[in-house]
Design a protein around this ligand. Sequence first.
Ligand SMILES: [Zn+2]
Ligand SMILES: [Zn+2]
Length: 149
Amino acid sequence: MVIDVKKLKISGKYQTDFTFEFTPEENLLLLPDAYIDGPLNVIGTLELHEDDCYVDGTVNCKIVGKCARCVELAEYNFTEEFSVKYVRANPDLEEFEYVYKSGLVDLRQAVSEIISLNQPQIIYCKEECKGLCPICGSNLNEKDCNCKY
Ligand SMILES: [Zn+2]
Ligand SMILES: [Zn+2]
C-alpha cells in the first residue's frame, strides 16, 4: 500500500497507476460478526503536483456477515471510489490531512477510513429474503411453516 513518490520524481514522472491487494485491519466493520473476506483490492492513479499527491482510486472487497432478516450468512460486494490528497509532512499540517513522509505515500489510513465511512449498515442474503417466522422461528426462505400471524 506504499507508493514511492521519490522514485517517481527521480524517473521524471508525475503520474503512476497502482494496484494493491492487502489484508485490512480488523474491527473496521460495525455490523456484528461481519468481516472482510479475502483480500481487499485497491486500484488507482497517483498524480504529483509540486509536493502534493492526488490519489484517485477504487476500493473493492467482499464483506461477509449475517442477513438482517434470516440470520444466515450473507455477502456484500463493497465498491467505493475515492479521491484523496496527501501532503508532505510539514510543521503547519491541518489535523484532517493525509500526510506522507520520506517520499512514501501509504494508502492504508485513507483506505481504512473509506471502508469505515461507507460500510453497509445492514446486509441481506438476497433482496427478497423472507426472514424468520416470528412465531416458530422457521427460515421462511426454506419452508412455509403455516403459522398464523
Ligand atoms: Zn436472509
Ligand atoms: Zn412459523
